[in-house]
Design a protein around this ligand. Structure first.
Ligand SMILES: Cc1ncc(COP(=O)(O)O)c(C=O)c1O
Length: 402
């Protein structure tokens, strides 16, 4: 055992971060190219290249870069025709960005529970709500509880694992709804052999610093619909009709990615497959270490899924007392290990009071017991061992932490 002063020295020296970027490719070269050529702002060859690379990688014909993933979601909702006072079904167990973007267009989220096996949007709950909670009127579907029109479904592929999309897509076809995939946490993940992001009508990515590949910040709208792609691009450049005469027919946004960011993004994307291998190795090591520890549930990969294990998250199950994830996270932090709780399910979020929610008890159970562990692509075996050892010690002490 380390003494307290040894421990605090170690903590001071080296905190194992939750999920940080890995810069090991052409980032310096490409950024230098931007600086040398003066292409540093929101137009430039790297922006075009990044869009082509991401579109080719995911398998969508069109890709439009944005300044972040939230902007991508906002634009995707606009081009998908979501109107003020419409409703969009969205995963309750998700980072808040997709629900916020729904509000940006004046529409409302309808929160859908997670399924218990892989923690993704529950297709059964989607089916049930659309069949039993909604009614057709004048060729459109309306939520019986709120009277609002249902326009779209926004499944969020959380933590690197895909949602079970086929039944969600079938519902969308049946009720004439648009499917907007949020792929921010799952770039490279596959559903029945196909990359997520190419399966819905339109999809969104984030290149925030904690994602599997980063552009420092950035996002992307992906679609196979040419008219939608053109409109997405138009909206991200202040809806400028004509660069010469400088006329704007409608209100647009300044949402473009810079060439500097895209340069980093291109370099990162060149390494994506390598990074996915690293994430899966990290996941395998955690699973082997934890799967036999009682009170710990490790994440499962569905038979139809290929997960990129973006953020390795375990559930602390059946531990006595309250707030154990928070207490364990604090304890890990005091040992120099960053761990994090999962997002508060959005149906409980004060920011989204007023939105309709189906019953979401699975998401609440997951949230109450989830703990995300260090998962950076560059996590060394030594650091991962330290995380594993510390958690084993806590488990051996019957999860009693102060
Ligand atoms: C699921 C999900 N959607 C959207 C976003 C928003 O992306 P950004 O931070 O680039 O705006 C994030 C995270 O950042 C996310 O995790």
């Amino acid at each position: 055992m380390l003494t307290r002063s040894e421990l605090s020295k170690q903590v001071e020296e080296h905190v194992i971060p939750l999920c940080v970027p890995e810069i090991r490719g052409n980032e310096w070269t490409y950024v230098k190219e931007c600086l040398d050529t003066n292409w540093v702002s929101s137009v430039g060859p790297f922006v075009d290249r990044f869009e082509r690379m991401v579109g080719n990688y995911v398998g969508t014909k069109y890709a439009v870069a944005t300044m972040n993933g939230t902007a991508a979601l906002h634009v995707a909702l606009l081009v998908a025709g979501v109107q003020p006072d419409d409703e969009v079904l969205v995963s309750t167990l998700s980072f808040i960005a997709p629900a916020n973007a729904i509000r940006y267009v004046g529409a409302w989220p309808v929160f859908v529970d997670a399924e218990p096996d892989y923690w993704q949007m529950d297709p059964e709950k989607v089916k049930e709500f659309l069949a039993e909670g909604c009614r057709w009127r004048n060729g459109a579907l309306y939520n019986q509880h709120t009277g609002r029109r249902i326009k779209a479904i926004l499944p969020v592929h959380i933590l690197g694992h895909p949602c079970d999309l086929d039944p969600i897509l079938a519902c969308a076809r049946k009720y004439n709804l648009v499917v907007i995939e949020d792929v921010a946490e799952s770039l490279g993940a596959r559903y029945k052999g196909r990359k997520v992001g190419q399966l819905g009508d339109i999809s969104c990515l984030s290149f925030n610093g904690n994602k599997i590949v980063t552009a420092g910040g950035g996002g992307m709208v992906l679609t196979g619909n040419e008219a939608w792609a053109r409109r997405a691009k138009y909206l991200t450049v202040q809806a400028e009709d004509d660069a010469l005469s400088r006329i704007h027919q409608e209100i647009g946004y300044n949402y473009r990615l810079t060439n500097l960011q895209a340069a980093i993004g291109c370099a990162q994307l060149e390494r994506l497959d390598e990074y996915i291998v690293a994430k899966r190795q990290i996941a395998t090591a955690y699973r082997r270490a934890f799967e036999r520890i009682s009170n710990m549930i490790v994440p499962q990969e569905a038979p139809w899924a290929f997960s990129i294990y973006w953020l390795y998250t375990v559930l602390m199950d059946g531990i006595e007392g309250e707030d154990h994830s928070r207490r364990i996270a604090k304890c890990l932090l005091s040992s120099g290990i960053q761990a994090r709780l999962l997002w508060q399910p959005l149906h409980l979020s004060p920011a989204h009071r007023g939105a309709y929610a189906c019953s979401c008890d699975v998401a609440e159970r997951i949230f109450n017991s989830a703990l995300s562990l260090p998962s950076s692509v560059g996590l060394s075996a030594t650091d991962q061992d330290r995380v594993i050892q510390r958690l084993r010690e806590i488990a051996e002490n019957e999860w009693k932490v102060v």
